[in-house]
Write a protein that binds this ligand. Structure first.
Ligand SMILES: NC(=O)CC[C@H](N)C(=O)O
Length: 222
């Protein structure tokens, strides 16, 4: 698996994501927001957490218009894999690669804690390492994690089994307890919780590891 990790001004989980990919056996290339190409042979693009461009305008809105995001969108349109975590999920909704939006948390506070997350589907190359219905512990750290989409979109996501993760105890007001969703072709994942922060025993738990290992198993570079 060859993974590219995008770095924006204000990204703060880019190294963590690269380390989690590498631990699963990936080759990792860091790409800068001003780059106009992805390295050749990239299987998956990781859009990391943080505060891209200081979270001015809406979270992820400026990043979505960066030069590299045009390439990320083209990669997804070719059927390539993309994974957006936290600010990365916000970027993917702003680019239109995933439906809906991340609104301010219902309690208007930044929340930083480990939460119980239900694996809503194991039918994706991101979630196949978990049993559907399993509850895993993964940290969240956001002020805009309140997933919103219109009711037709929520109905479609549920009907197509495209909700990847739901919160056990909804911390932010997200509709239908949604913590992560998949694209129609199941190759783009956006999730607010941070699996890369639960990927080594020194993190206090390793529930995120199965996600990176499943990807590495699915995306074996020839
Ligand atoms: N950890 C993060 O990626 C933070 C995401 C985003 N900037 C927010 O606070 O909502």
């Amino acid at each position: 698996m060859h993974a590219a990790v995008v770095v924006f001004p204000g990204s703060n989980c880019d190294r963590d994501l690269a380390v989690a990919f590498e631990a699963a056996g990936a080759k990792v290339s860091m790409v800068w927001h001003k780059d106009t190409e992805l390295p050749s042979g990239v299987d998956i693009v990781g859009v990391p957490g943080g505060f891209s461009y200081g979270d001015y305008l809406r979270c992820g809105a400026i990043a979505a218009n960066s030069p590299i995001c045009r390439e990320v969108a083209a990669h997804a349109e070719r059927g390539g894999y993309v994974m957006g975590i936290c600010n990365g999920f916000q970027v993917l909704t702003e680019t239109g690669l995933l439906p809906g939006a991340l609104l301010r948390n219902a309690g208007l506070k930044y929340i930083c804690k480990t939460v119980g997350l239900k694996v809503a589907t194991s039918d994706s190359d991101f979630t196949s390492g978990y049993n559907a219905g399993a509850v895993i512990d993964i940290p969240i750290a956001h002020h805009d994690g309140n997933y919103y989409a219109d009711s037709d979109t929520i109905t479609e996501l549920l009907a197509e089994d495209r909700v990847a993760f739901t919160y056990e105890d909804n911390p932010n007001g997200a509709q239908a307890d949604i913590a992560g969703i998949l694209s129609a072709n199941r190759r783009v994942l956006g999730m607010m919780p941070h699996p890369e922060r639960r990927a080594d025993p020194v993190h206090g738990g390793t529930d995120g590891v199965a996600l990176f290992r499943a990807l590495a198993g699915a995306l074996v570079t020839a």
